[in-house]
Design a protein around this ligand. Structure first.
Ligand code: BGC
Length: 479
């Protein structure tokens, strides 16, 4: 069976600035919260940093050529806020010039750019002032978006404001796993709102500039999903656990974006952390302004069950466990004690369960409840997997049975969702290159192209040729 994708379906690969660029002190780039976080003992596996990463800042032309050779018509990347606006608000000509060179290269290679404004690397100077716990940061983000959109809006059609608000707020301010490494549920709840507000304010600015210049703007935001299912579908406690985690990870962003309010049940679950208490009149009108698409990132789903103790949360701050010498706590604010139950599925090197039907179900649900009624498409902005790759002496990785299979199954799931009437208009694999996998450093490899960090040599894996062939033929053959 050959699964044909819709005409005009967008095929691409994705990356993010901090994970690949390196050149942390070049071109007027200021330190970001991730530079600072990398220096905290125990924060990053192996003490890795983003100082060199994939050295993409110097090798971008070769990397763009590679995207073209592999056969991808689109490339999703992020711009570094600390490179473009080192002080958080004002332009840095050298930083902007780097992205200009990148865009030139993409244009010359015939690759469509998809630009994400924020993939987690906030200028440290803004964090020093409170970061996402402060409303001023949302305003600074709007200034930054204006700097870039004014410059590039005429040549880049596809823009994403924020990548994964949940990770930003909950991993950054509640669990402490990501920069800035805080473990305070109240800060996390404030960050939820300010990140959404940043999206709303930036969108308003960009729409105005687009209208004034007659530019065609395709604007979205990118959310990630845990797809929690009740471990025992018939058990009310498991159903309640799934409702809570779905609320705390997905509906907490979907409802403000599509319905202009936080869901009542989530407000209740997170009342102890003060969710929504920093909202001001007019915020929700900005946040719920129509999107052109919803970006979704999906890696794996999970099954959940109620806490053994019967107490859902909130765990007091002083209960944050010390992991590797640093405080860590559950990112599920208000439902910290919910248990994740193994479904016995195969797992990736991240220990995430692989069940492609979770992606189909997610797409169907989002289409039915949010994007379908809004009349907008879904775009899979990230999907992929880390595995323990074993390179041959030439550096080639045959990942057909691991990452390759993961991609086949998930592409089949996307195709099936489309067959069920879901409007999905694109798919981006994560990631083009092995890269800096946040708290895991370089130990986890998500690339479809292997990076030898000693030599910076790039070697496409089996999955790269496979995905390139899918993109070229706009179809997936049987397996
Ligand atoms: C992020 C990527 C990350 C990937 C794998 C996503 O949450 O957007 O930056 O590398 O997941 O963990």
């Amino acid at each position: 069976m050959i699964r044909e994708f819709p005409q005009d379906f967008t095929w691409g690969v994705a990356t993010a600035a901090f994970q690949i660029e390196g050149a942390a002190t070049e071109g007027g780039r200021a330190p970001s919260i991730w530079d600072t976080f990398c220096r905290q003992p125990g924060a990053i596996a192996g003490g890795d940093t983003g100082e060199v990463a994939c050295d993409h800042y110097h090798r971008f032309a070769d990397d763009v050529a590679l995207v073209g050779e592999l056969g991808f018509p689109a490339y999703r990347f992020s711009t570094s806020w600390a490179r473009v606006c080192p002080d958080g608000r004002g332009p840095n000509a050298e930083g902007i010039a780097f992205y200009e060179r990148l865009l030139d290269e993409l244009e010359n290679t015939g690759i469509e750019p998809w630009l994400t404004l924020y993939h987690w690397d906030m200028p440290q100077v803004l964090q020093d002032n409170g970061g996402w716990t402060r409303r001023e940061t949302a305003e600074a983000f709007a200034d930054y978006s204006e700097v870039l959109y004014t410059r590039f809006g005429g040549r880049v059609r596809n823009w994403m404001t924020i990548n994964e608000p949940w990770c930003i707020a909950m991993l950054g301010y509640a669990s402490g796993e990501h920069a800035p490494g805080h473990t305070n549920p109240r800060e996390a709840a404030a960050a939820v709102h300010n990140v959404l507000l940043a999206h709303g304010l930036a969108s308003e600015r960009m729409r105005k500039i687009a209208a004034a210049n007659g530019w065609d703007l395709n604007l979205g935001i990118v959310l990630n999903f845990a797809e929690p299912k009740p471990a025992d579908p018939a058990d009310p406690g498991c159903q309640e656990a799934a409702r809570r985690i779905d609320g705390a990870t997905a509906r907490i962003f979907l409802d403000p974006l599509f319905r202009g309010r936080y869901p009542e049940d989530v407000l209740e679950d997170m009342a102890g952390a003060g969710l929504g208490s920093n909202a001001q009149p007019g915020d929700f009108a900005l946040i719920s302004a129509p999107l052109d698409f919803l970006g979704i990132n999906f890696y794996g789903g999970c099954a959940v069950a109620p806490p053994e103790s019967g107490e859902w949360g909130i765990i007091d701050d002083d209960e944050a466990a010390l992991i590797a010498g640093r405080p860590r706590r559950s990112p599920w604010v208000g439902s910290e004690r919910v248990q994740v139950i193994s479904r016995g599925k195969p797992r990736t090197a991240m220990d995430w369960e692989v069940e492609a039907d979770d992606l189909r179900a997610l797409l169907v649900r989002l289409h039915e409840e949010y994007t379908g009624p809004a009349g907008i498409p879904l775009v899979v902005c990230e999907n992929g997997a880390a595995y323990e790759d074993v390179p041959d002496p030439a550096g080639y990785v045959d990942d057909s049975a691991s990452r390759g299979l993961y991609y086949r199954q998930h592409l089949a799931a996307v195709h099936q969702a489309i067959g069920q009437g879901v409007d999905v208009s694109g798919y981006f694999a994560w990631s083009l290159l092995d890269n800096f996998e946040w708290a895991f450093g370089y130990a986890k490899r998500f690339g479809i192209v292997r990076v030898d960090y000693e030599t910076q040599q790039r070697t496409p894996k089996w999955s790269a040729s496979f995905l390139g062939a899918v993109a070229r033929s706009n179809s997936l053959s049987d397996f």
